[in-house]
Ligand binder design. Sequence first.
Ligand code: NAI
Length: 248
Amino acid sequence: MYAEQAIAMITGGASGLGLAMAKRFATGGYTTIIIGRNAERLRQAKEQIGAHAFTYAFDLTHFDAIPDLVQSILNDHGHIDVLINNAGIHLKKPMQDIQNEEFIRVIQTNLIAPFVLSREVARHMLERQQGHILHISSMAAQYGIPQVMAYTAAKAGIEGMTRAMAVELSPHGIRVNCIAPGFIETDMSTGALDNDPERKERVLKRTPMGQLGCPNDVAEAAFFLSSPAARYITGEILRVDGGNAIGF
Ligand code: NAI
């Protein structure tokens, strides 16, 4: 599928699932470009990923600057084969306490930024008639989880957008998929679960595999979905959840 040096661009690649994906793509032979807000964390991530990692410090809610970001990556590296829209923020609060600005911030980061970045990268991928765009959703898109109203709205939007993008782009050689991670051990989930032992117990009880996932579980799925082995898979929402969604 990719004749030249393959290049993967991963947002939020300096921590958690993004870092695990960046490592997996790097060991799989990709040049790996990671985007994040914090230059020092990016530097530390690059050290872990190795020589084939390149970092761009950028806040993805600066939508108007995204076209320039993509252009500078293209100037530096020539092309983009894989875009992974992984960056995200969480907000846990009862709905009656959520301020407008907080809701907007979650939607901007978790839904609008992936759209704007996908649009800009898709323009480039359309010229090459190839590529893979991967979104990261959540069980919150599939269940009604209390106290994560804005996050749920954004992630449900990402799943819908995966299907809408897949039908527009797949005829042009660009596949679009989504991974819906279950409960995976990262800083984000630790924050959401460790302060709430009751919720953690409930998660584990209804997960047939009886354990939280690790970031590499998601990274392996992302690598597979981006590989030629998945050439006939598009518009898919793949759960990586230890069976959580089918647990009773
Ligand atoms: P994390 O908090 O470790 O990583 C999120 C990354 O996104 C961070 O590096 C952060 O700096 C970056 N980011 C946030 N806002 C940004 C912005 N405006 N511009 C640039 N970068 C920004 O969290 P984790 O767990 O690795 O989450 C990654 C993705 O996986 C998120 O989309 C999250 O919603 C999703 N997810 C995680 C689950 C879990 O159990 N850990 C479960 C379901 C979904």
